[in-house]
Design a protein around this ligand. Structure first.
Ligand code: AMP
Ligand code: MG
Length: 438
């Protein structure tokens, strides 16, 4: 079955979440392939470490050095030659020859029967291969330590040169969505800049006659546009370039103009609103002129209607490239759920990330949850611990698709799979944490 956005099968039946994800991934792949000829999507740039968070590493980062650069001590204790160790509890007595500090190595060699007081991170002196932690010695004076022969094994508490990273080997692989630990790792190698994929340009707009911007008064029947702000927050987590195209009225001419304008500037356009059954016909008509966009009914809750496809290269756009289009539902929670489920992975994939799926964990449901088989559900919940100390989740109040408060109070989604039925209290459920993602 070909999952082109307008495949009739996708229009007539409810689409499984996994099928929708597959179709999106395929189209993104096609876009990447097409853009290879143009080169633009593959562009790279050099950024300093403090700008690199959440960017995508363009090439493998090779370590210029061994880390650690020398064998060193993992503990505060005494370094010595392990030939004195054995299986009995006979006492070993070692004479203390001096002290090695981190950053201030001991120059001499330590012979058998002697030892060196050593601090964590200090270079192991010549002649030593093992460190006994201070607290494991039975007797300690200024000049002597004692401990039983079988107190530890040869090589213990020594970190080996190159144990962390070897010179010339990849320290971070191409395609990594750079996290704080990656920046620290690069710094530990003396690397101050990284080569990353260029920032994706993502346009966002809200459509609906009822929407008001925050500086406008609320007249009867109108509401503030919240989606652009939650979307901005979501996109900022991915450190990309956001092009805010504002609020667009529900009339074909304005919508068409706004879409063309966004397609001129952006790699991806994300709109919200205007794709539900009552309004889709109107948006569909414009999309037929501007691109190839499918109007999907996805078997999920919240977030059932969604439009997805491409906008054709607009006249004058250079390079002449298509724009990926997501028409998300208007409901504020549905926007965030569909972003999490479909848009985030697509943006990462388009930008060359090698890992696009957010991690899923499991927790015990504190209460029963009603669930009909035949659709994937995303319930807002708080992950914590139950009385036994095990991970547990409880739902946050009303789960309506428009109720942002349930989202704001939550720290995770409970994801109930397509075929899943009711959940009993005490059942394990899949959980996706917001932190770092949403
Ligand atoms: P629609 O998908 O356009 O039918 O919108 C579904 C619901 O979401 C309606 O109640 C809209 O008023 C609401 N909605 C649409 N867009 C936004 C927005 N940008 N901010 C807040 N609510 C919205
Ligand atoms: Mg609307």
């Amino acid at each position: 079955m070909k999952h082109s956005p307008n495949s009739p099968i996708l229009l007539t039946s409810s689409l499984h979440v996994d099928e929708a994800r597959k179709a999106i991934s395929q189209l993104v792949n096609e876009l990447i392939e097409e853009s290879k000829a143009i080169g633009d999507l593959a562009d790279i740039e050099t950024v300093s470490l403090d700008q690199a968070i959440n960017r995508i590493l363009a090439n493998d980062l090779l370590s210029p050095i061994d880390v650690p650069a020398a064998d060193n001590s993992a503990m505060d204790g005494y370094a010595f030659d392990s030939t004195c160790l054995g299986v009995s509890d006979a006492t070993v007595s070692l004479k203390i020859m001096g002290t090695a500090f981190a950053g201030k190595p001991y120059e001499g060699k330590i012979n058998p029967g002697k030892c060196l007081k050593i601090m964590t991170g200090a270079v192991m002196p010549a002649g030593c291969d093992t460190v006994i932690p201070q607290e494991f010695t039975s007797t300690q004076t200024e000049t002597q330590i004692e401990f039983p022969q079988n107190q530890l094994k040869p090589g213990e508490n020594r970190r080996l040169r190159g144990e962390d990273l070897q010179e010339g080997k990849p320290a971070i692989s191409a395609g990594r969505l750079l996290r704080p630990s990656d920046l620290g790792l690069a710094a530990s190698l003396g690397i101050s800049t990284l080569i990353v994929k260029r920032k994706l340009k993502v346009a966002i707009l809200s459509s609906g006659d009822e929407l008001r911007s925050l500086d406008q008064p609320l007249d009867a029947g109108s509401i503030y546009d919240s989606n652009r702000y939650s979307l901005t927050g979501l996109l900022n987590r991915l450190n990309l370039e956001i092009i805010d195209c504002g609020i667009v009225r529900d009339d074909p001419a304005s919508l068409k103009k706004a879409f063309i304008d966004a397609a001129t500037k952006a790699d991806v356009l994300i709109s919200s609103g205007g794709v539900s059954v009552g309004e889709a016909d109107f948006t569909k008509q414009i999309m037929q002129e501007l691109g190839d966009v499918g109007f999907w009914k996805i078997a999920m809750r919240p977030g059932r209607p969604m439009a997805f496809g491409i906008l054709k290269p607009v006249a004058g756009k250079s390079p002449a490239r298509k724009t990926l289009f997501f028409g998300l539902p208007g409901n504020p929670v549905a926007v965030m759920v569909t972003f999490y489920q479909f848009v985030r992975s697509a943006l990462l994939q388009l930008n060359g990330a090698n890992q696009t799926e957010p991690p899923i964990t499991q927790a015990i449901s504190e209460a029963a949850i009603r669930k009909k088989p035949g659709r994937t559900e995303f319930q807002r919940a708080i992950l914590g611990r139950n009385a036994d100390g095990r991970p547990s989740v409880r739902l946050t109040g009303s789960q309506g698709a428009g109720i942002l408060r349930s989202m704001s109070e939550a720290n995770c989604f409970v994801i109930l799979a397509h075929d899943q039925g009711n959940i009993a209290a005490g059942d394990w459920v899949d959980v996706a944490l917001f932190d770092g993602l949403l």
